[in-house]
Design a protein around this ligand. Structure first.
Ligand SMILES: [Zn+2]
Ligand SMILES: [Zn+2]
Length: 166
């Protein structure tokens, strides 16, 4: 329910001015859309997981899919640069993520640290092909990046560390 420039938060249900809601960037159909959050910033900060679920990304994407080319929202959305950070970002649905979580046993697939509010999952993907590889903790995800996703370098690192292991 939107009244003038107020809207209701999907979590606390309070009617608040639009400034109380953040926005997020959603890549779709080769363009970058700025979408308003459905949870107010206060609720989003209190419970980010619930705030994320409130985004209803599949629904928003289905709306974007139906936008005619002369639609103002469509026309004003910038094109995604093929070399920019959104170009090869993996897109997976909530259902796919749930399946991956189950397959990973809710743990990082490298160091086996259980995912929690403090250890968030990262969707790891190949930067050359965009293919999703699995779910990792932040440390392991950036670790692969520091090793330039190079299995041989990682293997050498293992041998190097084991050489002087206590
Ligand atoms: Zn709220
Ligand atoms: Zn890890």
């Amino acid at each position: 329910m939107d009244i003038d420039d107020q809207k209701s938060c999907c979590i606390c249900r309070a009617l608040k001015p639009t400034e109380c809601f953040g926005t997020y960037a959603l890549p779709a159909r080769g363009r970058l859309f700025t979408v308003a959050e459905r949870a107010c910033t206060t609720c989003f900060m209190t419970d980010p997981a619930r705030g994320m679920r409130g985004r209803c990304i599949e629904f928003v994407k289905s709306v974007i899919d139906m936008l005619p080319p002369d639609d103002e929202l469509w026309a004003s959305a910038p094109r995604i640069s093929p070399t920019g950070p959104y170009a090869k970002r993996p897109h997976i649905s909530d259902g796919e993520l749930e399946g991956m979580m189950r397959a990973a046993g809710d743990c990082c697939e490298i160091c086996a640290t259980p995912f929690s509010d403090t250890v968030k999952h990262r969707i790891d993907h190949c930067h050359q092909t965009g293919m999703i590889r699995g779910l990792l903790c932040h440390s392991c995800n950036v670790g692969l990046g520091f090793f330039r996703d190079n299995p041989r370098a990682l293997h050498s690192a293992t041998i190097y560390l084991e050489r002087s292991a206590p």
